[in-house]
Design a protein around this ligand. Structure first.
Ligand code: FE
Length: 325
């Protein structure tokens, strides 16, 4: 039977809205909160893995992973189970993994035998880790049952869906499709690999060719002042590299981020740009370079709009606009 009102007060209202809450507020994990990278999964009791061995997100690098927090006594969590099964089937060929993190609320849910029985009865065949002590819940700064996270090929959380998927399964499915299409990382580039052939010039050649402002950004990794080069272009077209002319961003992917720097939710082709990690510790950022001339363009952040959730924050002086039909 459903246990709709197993949480009390405001939590019961949330439950009616398709959400359940953990009655004890989780301690915040500053590391997990600040990192765009998904916290690694912990816990020794796994179901539906070879020999019940633990899975790690680190080992999933290069593949897309769906992590869903649930507990079997929560009716809102159970309502999402058919959608997870559909994703498991739909994306099997792309090696997308669904991983359930079972964070119990009651002692009955905490008993691994009951979890195992539920998985068997419901024919759930994707990996599930039990989270009896709520360790994963805290590491992920979790608040509601159920919550779904989409993890990209480089291990970043790219989308979060809280509550039942009813009515929104199609849009979350689109997110997964977007992530699946992205190129996998390789050793050379920590995040992306490009097939674009390189052009190289001496520093003196670049200096002679570029305006001082463009040289400062492209070749010396400078940052222009905000609002200095973010013209609202009414035409359709393509933004190319001011250094080498490579096409980088379509005007359709441009949005007003309010930052004063030209912002895009995706490059025109995944191979048009390269990513490198710069900075140290909590100041780590992902730098975006032109894939052809390796000129510095700006950085990418995880707070962009749909459909990618990314914000490519570019220096306008490093771009040239070409109107196209
Ligand atoms: Fe370039």
């Amino acid at each position: 039977m459903t246990i709709l009102t197993k949480t009390l007060g405001g939590a019961a209202i949330l439950s009616a809205l398709g959400l359940a809450t953990l009655t004890t507020p989780p301690t915040r994990d500053a590391k997990a909160q600040n990192a765009a990278t998904a916290p690694e999964l912990v816990g020794k009791r796994w179901f539906n893995t070879p020999q019940n061995q633990p899975l790690t997100l680190a080992a999933r690098r290069g593949k897309v992973t769906v992590v869903e927090f649930w507990t079997f006594g929560c009716s809102n969590c159970r309502a999402n189970l058919p959608a997870y099964a559909r994703w498991q089937k739909k994306f099997a060929a792309q090696d997308v993994a669904i991983i359930g993190v079972h964070t119990p609320e009651t002692d009955y849910e905490r008993d691994p035998k009951n979890v195992e029985k539920f998985l068997r009865e419901q024919n759930i065949t994707y990996p599930v880790v039990t989270d009896e002590s709520g360790q994963n819940w805290r590491r992920w700064n979790q608040q509601y049952w159920p919550t779904v996270y989409l993890i990209d090929k480089v291990g970043r959380v790219r989308h979060q869906h809280i509550g039942e998927l009813q009515g929104e399964e199609a849009s979350v499915t689109k997110y997964i499709e977007t992530l699946v299409k992205e190129p996998a990382p390789t050793a050379k580039s920590p995040n992306r690999r490009t097939k674009v052939s390189k052009i190289t010039k001496t520093d003196a050649e670049w200096k002679a060719e570029l305006s001082p402002a463009a040289y400062n950004v492209l070749r010396q990794k400078g940052t222009e002042r905000p609002y200095s080069n973010d013209a609202k272009n009414p035409q359709h077209g393509v933004y190319t590299c001011a250094g080498c002319g490579q096409e980088l961003f379509a005007s359709d992917a441009k949005f007003d981020s309010g930052t004063g720097w030209p912002s895009f939710y995706q490059p025109i082709e995944a191979d048009a740009v390269e990513e490198e990690v710069d900075g140290k510790f909590f100041m780590k950022r992902t730098e975006i370079l032109c894939a052809r001339c390796e000129g510095h363009l700006g950085h990418v952040f995880n707070d962009g709009p749909a459909p990618t959730g990314l914000r490519y924050c570019m220096n306008g002086v490093a771009l040239k606009f070409e109107a196209k039909e």
